[in-house]
Write a protein that binds this ligand. Structure first.
Ligand SMILES: [Zn+2]
Length: 174
């Protein structure tokens, strides 16, 4: 048997004191294989600030996780680092409901399936280095113009919502 996963928590102390919260506040490497292979974005570290609590036959995990990630900007392809914070509240049960709750063992809980799902759902699919990234450096990518996937309406480019807010302000002031 390999070394126990850092995501497996002994819950016997929690079962002795229902309603008492126990912190799961640690920084861990992501579970293996947690990456969006299509976008080449991968989690590089996870910082947990969770509280675990037994209530009846269930265990509740709530709090937040900060996902450090790395991946290429979708326009200029330069590698970007970022941190995405996610609030969560999840329930673990002896007989989990598929897609809604997670499995709770007799004396322990394995948080990894939850972590895997939360991270994969919240990794940025197409990071941008900054909102106004101009795209590929023409010297480095002379012919590979990569347009955004959305269809572009040439006659009516979508207004930047920040500009819209500004013009509204101006209008109100006059
Ligand atoms: Zn960029």
């Amino acid at each position: 048997m390999s070394k126990a996963s850092p995501y497996i928590v002994d819950i016997t102390p929690l079962k002795r004191q229902p309603g008492k919260q126990r912190p799961f506040d640690t920084t861990l490497p992501p579970p293996k294989g947690v990456a969006l292979e299509t976008a080449e974005v991968a989690a590089t570290g996870l910082s947990f600030d969770l509280q675990l609590e037994v209530a009846g036959d269930e265990l509740i995990a709530q709090g937040s996780v900060a996902i450090a990630w790395r991946g290429p900007c979708r326009r200029c392809l330069e590698d970007q680092d970022g941190v995405t914070s996610v609030d969560l509240q999840e329930i673990f049960q002896k007989r989990p409901v598929e897609g809604e709750t997670y499995f709770l063992d007799e004396d322990q809980v394995d948080l990894e399936p939850m972590v895997r799902e939360v991270v994969l759902l919240n990794l940025p699919v197409a990071p941008l280095c900054r909102e106004d990234c101009a795209g590929p450096d023409p010297d480095r990518f002379p012919t590979s113009v990569v347009p955004d996937p959305e269809p572009v309406d040439e006659t009516a480019p979508p207004a930047d919502p920040r500009w819209a807010a500004l013009s509204e302000l101006t209008f109100d002031d006059e």
